[in-house]
Ligand binder design. Sequence first.
Ligand SMILES: NC(=O)c1ccc[n+]([C@@H]2O[C@H](COP(=O)([O-])OP(=O)(O)OC[C@H]3O[C@@H](n4cnc5c(N)ncnc54)[C@H](O)[C@@H]3O)[C@@H](O)[C@H]2O)c1
Length: 322
Amino acid sequence: MKWLVTGGAGYIGAHIVRALNTAGHDVVVLDDLSTGLRRKVSEGVPFIQASILDTDAVTSALRTGLIDGVVHLAAKKSVEESVHNPHLYFEQNVLGMMSLLDAVKAAQIHHFVLSSSAAIYGSPDGQRVSEDTTPLPVNPYGQTKLAQEWLLADLVNSGYDLSWTALRYFNVAGAGADDLGDTGVFNLIPMVLRALDQGQAPQVFGDSYPTPDGTCVRDYIHVQDLADAHVAAVAHVESGSRSSVFNVGRGLGFSVLEVLDAVRAVLGRSFDHQIAPARAGDPASLVAAVGRIDTELRFSAHRDLTDMVASAWSAWQAFPPR
Ligand SMILES: NC(=O)c1ccc[n+]([C@@H]2O[C@H](COP(=O)([O-])OP(=O)(O)OC[C@H]3O[C@@H](n4cnc5c(N)ncnc54)[C@H](O)[C@@H]3O)[C@@H](O)[C@H]2O)c1
């Protein structure tokens, strides 16, 4: 089958494109390059520069590319930015998804894999969060990701024949190749590397959360493991699975201070950090229950936090973000 990957020039999307190609799938990338980089899409992979909000352009890409399914990543992804600019998030993530689904219907596409997020869960009570936990997002970003899942479920409820799955990513880190590192400024490890590059002490947002050391706890997953999870999800959807959601994490929580220690160990240098005020919309702890994806997709992540930091650092040195 042939897949259109929206957001395929972005950090995670570029890894997925390569993993799908390696697994023998034909892939076309559609991306507006608002945060993605053209150089991350290998030569030979068809690339269309367009926004998902442009329904006609997406419909035409689906039809002329003879596409069978969509892996949808194109979205805005910063919790903090979403709190300050919610309309941008509802426009890009919700209206964008509605536009994309209009194109999916027009082109009679019947297979869909969605990038969802642990942010839909909000602030659970500290236990590992399973897919059956009632979603209660605490910021506009999480609300828009949950709305994306609803749009898929409602499309099926309206009678449209769609086999879909949503992967709820926890915190994604690392690089599968030096040219695919995270060049954004929103995720913890790149933020730390950027601060060190600039001779500054990395900031830790809040140290009085109800967690063992007072800093936020997250479940970090290597981006290459996440890409491999998409290969499994695509096979699942191709086999006709009706609708399903899966957490993608490792089931292990690390605090911000523990991640900083991992960076110190990998870089072999000591540095101070600076405690800054807690950010709006940041839950204290988010750790995945990963039994469902293990059982149903036979997927489990096997790269650890050191692998994530080491590969991110290697990519950072090879392709320093400007
Ligand atoms: N990075 C994480 O830790 C994380 C965690 C959970 C979920 N996610 C989800 O993963 C997906 C990808 O995130 P990422 O970290 O790779 O971010 P990214 O910013 O690197 O990638 C997003 C890509 O989408 C493109 N894009 C954005 N808006 C678009 C539009 N309207 N039309 C076409 N292209 C558009 C961007 O140019 C970029 O290439 C997002 O849906 C995000 O919500 C990420």
